[in-house]
Design a protein. Structure first.
Length: 217
């Protein structure tokens, strides 16, 4: 099995076997990286893998590029980007042998349009990474959430219509309907090299339902 097939299978197994919530995106990143390290399937597992963005032709953004997780087997690499937007969850939790009632375990993340933009931005950055570095055999963009809005199509004419994460095929164009407003805020339009299919999967962490999709670049 190739390293790219192995990591896809490992991510699915990790999410399907999980029983407890991730408290935030950093927790998701660390727990997944530990799982991948312990699997023994990789020579290296790196977190926050820095890539100088001036190495990537066509990179439109001013922020530095840190890939969430990069795995290596022999001379082959796979880069993984994670997104974890959530709706608020309040539950009891046990800490230091004491049961704490009504604790806010997950915060409410609004601004779904920005999350969707950043998800497709991850896809574009993975495309640029693969073009620059032939040893990167695959890029994976993963979106995990308990907010079912991400499965729904955007209304016609809204600013973020073309950044939808609804299930099905998505074409190459990623443009805001109000271009100048978002460009001024640091969210430039961009096009993708390929077309990508989104297929949502369901998983449960305890009694809480989550969904995730994984785009292969």
């Amino acid at each position: 099995m190739t390293v790219e097939d192995t990591i896809k299978e490992d991510i699915r197994s990790f999410l399907s076997g999980r029983q407890t919530l991730f408290f935030n995106e950093g927790d998701f990143q660390i727990q997944l990286s530990v799982y991948l390290m312990r699997s023994g399937n990789y020579k290296e597992v790196n977190v926050e893998y820095y890539v100088p963005f001036n190495q990537l032709d066509g990179y439109l953004w001013k922020n530095e590029l840190y890939i969430d997780i990069v795995v290596r087997r022999d001379d082959d690499y796979v880069a993984v980007e994670l997104k974890y937007p959530t709706k608020k969850i309040v539950d009891p939790i046990s800490r230091f042998g004491e049961q704490l009632p009504e604790v806010t375990l997950l915060k409410e993340h609004s601004a779904q349009d920005i999350v969707q933009y950043n998800f497709w931005k991850d896809v574009r950055r993975l495309e640029l990474l693969k073009k620059r570095f032939p040893s990167v055999k695959k890029g994976l963009a993963v979106l995990l959430t308990n907010d079912m809005l991400y499965m729904k199509p955007r209304r016609k004419g809204v600013a973020c219509e073309q950044f939808s994460t609804t299930e099905g095929m998505h074409n190459t164009s990623r443009h805001w309907n109000n271009h100048k407003k978002w460009m001024d805020k640091g969210y430039p339009d961009f096009d993708l090299d390929g077309e990508y299919a989104i297929e949502w999967q369901h998983c449960n962490f305890g009694r809480h339902e989550f969904i995730y999709c994984m785009i292969e670049v």
